[in-house]
Every structure is written in C-alpha cells, then in structure tokens.
Write a protein that binds this ligand. Structure first.
Ligand code: DGL
Length: 274
C-alpha cells in the first residue's frame, strides 16, 4: 500500500496547504493533523511549540508517513531544523517556499511579512529572505488577532474587515512594499479581506503553492511519488471539536473533494482516534 504524506498545523490553517497539495499531487494520500484544541501556537513559548509539534509528529509517525510537511509557520520557525535532523523521512516547512516566491515577485525589493507573534519574533522570514537576497528590505508585523478570528470561522464581513484594517494599518502607513507574504497558513482564508485593505498594487504571496511544488520535487528526488491508480481517501484529524473544523474544510474544499476526506478527532499523547 502507498504511504501517505503527513501534514501538521496548529489548527485549520494548514488546510490551505492541503488544498494545493491535492491540486498539484492528486495521487498522493494525505494525513492531516490540526491541533485545534491548543490553537493558537503564535503567542506560546518556543518550548511549548516544540513540545506540541513533537506530539503531533509522533501521532503521524505511528501512521508510517513517508514525508512530513509542517504547514504552520510558527512550528516551522521553531522546529524545522530539529525535525530535519532527527527524522529519517524528508521534512519541509512553509517559510522557505514563501520567501522564495516573494523574491520572485518583488520588483522594488520591498517585502512585507505578516504572521503570528512567534513567527515574527523568531525572525525566520527576514533570515530566509536575506539568505536568498542580502539587500532585500523586509518589514515584518505580527497580527495576533487573525488566527483566533479564523478559528471561529469569521472569514469575511464587517468584523473581519475592521480587524484586518486595524492590524495592518501600521504597515500600510509607512511601507513601500509591492509584495506581502502571508506568513501564517491561516491567513489565506482571509486573503480577500487582506487584499482589499492593503490595496491591489501589492502582490500577496501565500506559501501553499510553492510548498506543494517543493513537495513534488522532494518526492521525485527520493523516488517516493505515489503510483496509486485509485483516487486516494485522505484522513483528517483535529484535537478539538470537529464542528468548526468541518465547516472551514467545507469552505476550502469543493463538495466533491470534501467527500474524499475522512475527519476524526485525535487524542495526542495516547495517539488515539475517537
Ligand atoms: N497556522 C499557523 C501558522 O502558520 C499558526 C497559527 C497559530 O497557531 O497561532 O503560523
């Protein structure tokens, strides 16, 4: 039987990466785990994020995954190197792919990054961008209200607009950026609102597409691409209540794709499915 790709996130945000993986790699079976019970990770300490991420990784290793995607910027910032050094399967995060995409798009060399407090504090995006292009100008801003709002299912409407407006205002006022990285996998779910507030002249980058492209290359290099002829049935796990998780999954995946998903509750620590 073909082994699956494991995808982890603190909540529903990583589903935006899954959506792109399903589009670019339709033969690959995916097992997703969102730690919705302990979301958000953004305001947590590095130690906590590491501990929780390792618990998610153990849950997926039990399922014999062939590759791991950390579809969470906060977890990528704090655990990518450690996981790459410790696991004997390929591991990728979402920060480097996003940084690469932004460098491709910017014309004036001014890039903005918005993300959780943890991601912005880690400086991971600025380092990733400046490693590729030393003279790039980076303006980074934490938007701590976005993730709790998205996890509640508020994606559009007047509340979403005013939260985005107030959060992004400092960046809008003093910045010449022509490219903005959504440095959190939850943010593509409110991309339209962010675009409206920031203006059409700014190109918005979400790292999902690049991450899926990189996954495909890595699977090919390691001869791990699936040869499965049948349409895969994906497994989705969340540690918290499933109601909103299912609702958000429905808005991301079209009806036909949504029916290809099996959604269950997971208990980390005991590695049990409920
Ligand atoms: N979706 C996550 C990220 O990309 C984390 C959001 C959170 O848990 O704070 O950073």
């Amino acid at each position: 039987m073909e082994r699956a790709i494991g995808v982890i996130d603190s909540g529903v945000g990583g589903l935006t990466v899954v959506h792109e993986l399903m589009r670019q790699l339709p033969k690959e079976k995916l097992i997703y785990l969102g730690d919705t019970a302990r979301c958000p990770y953004g305001p947590r300490t590095e130690e906590e994020v590491k501990l929780f991420t390792w618990e998610m990784v153990h849950f997926l290793l039990e399922k014999d995954i062939k590759m791991l995607i950390i579809a969470c910027n906060t977890a990528t910032a704090f655990t990518l190197k450690e996981l790459q050094n410790s696991l004997d399967i390929p591991v990728i995060g979402v920060i480097q792919p996003g940084a690469r995409a932004a460098i491709k798009f910017t014309k004036n060399n001014h890039v903005g990054v918005i993300g959780t407090e943890g991601t912005i504090r880690s400086n991971a995006y600025t380092e990733a961008l400046q490693t590729i292009k030393a003279d790039i100008h980076v303006n980074a801003l934490a938007c701590p209200l976005f993730v709790p709002m998205v996890e509640k299912g508020i994606l559009t409407g007047p509340v979403a607009t005013s939260v985005v407006e107030e959060s992004i205002l400092p960046m809008k006022q003093k910045n010449h950026m022509d490219t903005l990285i959504l440095g959190c996998t939850h943010y593509p779910l409110i991309k339209d609102t962010i675009q409206e507030v920031i203006g059409e002249h700014v190109t918005i980058i979400s790292s999902s597409e690049e991450t899926a492209r990189e996954t495909s290359t890595i699977l090919e290099v390691h001869s791990l691409l699936s040869r499965e002829e049948n349409v895969p049935v994906h497994q989705f796990y969340a540690t918290g209540e499933l109601e909103i998780f299912i609702e958000i999954a429905k808005t991301i995946f079209q009806e036909s794709n949504f029916n290809m998903l099996k959604i269950k509750k997971a208990c980390l620590g005991t590695n049990q499915e409920v």
